[in-house]
Design a protein around this ligand. Structure first.
Ligand code: 6LW
Length: 530
């Protein structure tokens, strides 16, 4: 008997040993930080790929890769040619809305909408790092499209509509519709049923939705049916993700919803979804935009899914993970020594190529001023990266070559073209000054001004949950001097509106005038933490 029990325990130990050896515990949300909303995910063997929305920024639709769902590394963009991504007419928060990424029969598909030109489309690639095909346009007017392949290999375009989710068969080579649009499910009654994804599991079609709109009432719901076109029955556990309830009311993450599901090679299920990290001063606000979060999914009862148990998601997730596979940390300094900018940099709308050079002066990024002011929804002379944490320090060192007092260059914290804080260098009365300019809707003023010796300056912006602190290097004293602190609140989505997050940009403009002015940026540092 004793022998038998011993053998039984040995057997059980061997069964759990691989998991005990390799599974790890705990991770931090969000897993893709800074403005990265509407995540969609697919898997090929033990590689995961994720795409997020990019709106009016170019290149569009960042593609991320992971081995463990926790650590993500950007490997490219889906749309990096102007022919794929016309953004000339894109206002702030126009352009590319929620994408979906799928892998089918050896090909990757990204399905998306350019709301500022062309509507719904999909692109294909053999390698998710690119190159991606030109868009195949689909003549259905909507947002949040996806493609679902049924067991018979027919291709179905699944998309949002005001009355609910619609499914239409399409020809996958041409994008032409092959059937009428079927209205299949309106969700559970929340406003804006959107972000649909269809999955086949255990004889059911599962239809996952976002409901409530992408603000504080956001949620994820799910229904299922034996038939693709319905009728869909709502999950009794709905909403399966939301913080719009008593349990979620004090959570530093709000607005959770718009999810996609994935099964890992070890059979575990996971959800990726968007949410935002809030700052609270009386009420909540957020500046980082909507980010990508991760939570485990279980199917405990009658084949219905639960996300992290009760649909509440935390910053510190104390759950088992896949074996962790971190990537090398990005260097804090960009020296502009490489022939191309890293994937973290984006332009506002289609860039005018000759306005940028990494070779004109070796080791510098040259930006030629554009006549467009920062307030114009146009192809500004600006490159920007995401603010990924509340606490960060950004610094740059540059030289402005200018001949008139209209010309300026500097660093901007840009939420949109009517909400930005600009730390700039310009000429004034024959001398050089640094200025801190505030632009909040129709309110604009110079918050600080300081004379400097010449046309070369170092700027520093320090972020915290409540304030941005703007400083310049006083070369004589050899130390940074603070110009002023500004409230983060006025760059928040709650104030500015829209779908993006704060971007940290390097720019040059002549404020509406003809110009030959240029700015030469020597380096840019971005450090996170206090
Ligand atoms: C997107 C919609 C949404 O199309 O916001 O969170 C819109 N959900 O699904 C823009 O991101």
């Amino acid at each position: 008997m004793i022998q038998k029990t011993g053998l039984f325990f040995l057997y059980m130990l061997l069964l759990v040993l691989p998991d005990a050896l390799f599974a790890q515990q705990g991770y931090k949300n969000p897993v893709v930080r800074g403005f990265n909303p509407d995540p969609s995910i697919c898997r090929v063997n033990d590689d995961f790929y994720l795409v997020t929305s990019s709106f009016e920024y170019f290149p569009g639709l960042p593609i991320y890769h992971s081995k463990d769902l926790v650590n993500w590394e950007q490997i490219g963009h889906c749309l990096n040619r102007e022919s794929q991504l016309p953004l000339q007419k894109a206002p702030s928060s126009g352009g590319l809305y929620a994408p979906s990424i799928r892998y089918h029969k050896g090909k990757f598909y990204v399905i998306c909408t350019n709301v500022s030109g062309g509507g719904n489309f999909y692109c294909t690639a053999d390698n998710p790092a690119g190159p991606w095909s030109d868009p195949v346009w689909v003549g259905i007017k909507s947002i949040d499209p996806d493609i679902f392949w049924d067991d018979d290999d027919r291709s179905y375009f699944v998309t949002q509509g005001n009355e609910g989710i619609r499914i239409t068969e399409i020809d996958i080579r041409s994008g032409k519709t092959l059937s009428p649009e079927h209205l299949v499910w309106a969700g559970t009654g929340g406003r804006f049923p959107e972000a649909p994804h269809v999955y086949r599991k255990d004889g059911y079609y599962y239809l996952l939705l976002g409901e409530g709109g992408t603000e504080y009432a956001h949620s994820t719901t799910i229904g299922r049916s034996k038939y693709l076109f319905g009728p869909y029955e709502a999950c009794p556990l709905n909403p399966i993700i939301t913080h719009c309830n008593r349990l979620g009311q004090g959570n530093p993450i709000q607005g959770v919803g718009h999810a996609d599901l994935i099964q890992a090679p070890d059979s575990s299920w996971w959800a990726v979804f968007l949410g935002f990290r809030v700052t609270q001063v009386y009420s909540y606000y957020h500046v980082l935009g909507r980010e990508t979060f991760l939570a485990p999914v279980s199917w405990p009862k009658d084949g219905w899914p639960q996300v992290n148990g009760n649909g509440i998601i935390n910053i510190d997730m104390n759950v088992p993970t896949l074996p962790l596979h971190p990537f090398a940390k990005q260097a804090t300094r960009v020296g502009f020594d490489s022939p191309a900018l890293g994937y973290e940099w984006q332009y506002l709308r289609n860039p005018i190529a000759e306005n940028y050079s990494l070779s004109e002066r070796k080791g510098y990024l040259r930006i030629s001023a554009s006549p467009f002011t920062l307030n114009k929804p146009a192809a500004l002379s600006l490159v920007a990266r995401r603010q990924t944490e509340h606490d960060f320090t950004a610094e740059t060192d540059f030289e402005l070559v200018s001949s008139t007092e209209d010309e300026e260059a500097g660093i901007t914290l840009m939420q949109n073209n009517t909400h930005h804080y600009d730390l700039l260098l310009k000429r004034k009365n024959g001398k050089y000054v640094v200025q801190l300019r505030v632009m909040v809707g129709s309110l604009s003023y110079i918050a600080a001004e300081q004379a400097v010796d010449d046309n070369k300056v170092n700027f520093r912006v320090k972020g915290s949950p409540l304030t941005y602190t703007f400083s310049y290097l006083n070369r004589k004293k050899g130390k940074y001097e603070e110009l002023k602190k500004l409230d983060t609140r006025y760059l928040s989505t709650e104030v500015a509106g829209g779908f993006t997050g704060v971007m940290i940009g390097l720019y040059a403009t002549s404020n509406g005038h003809k110009t030959t002015s240029k700015a030469y940026f020597d380096w840019f540092d971005y450090k996170v933490g206090e």
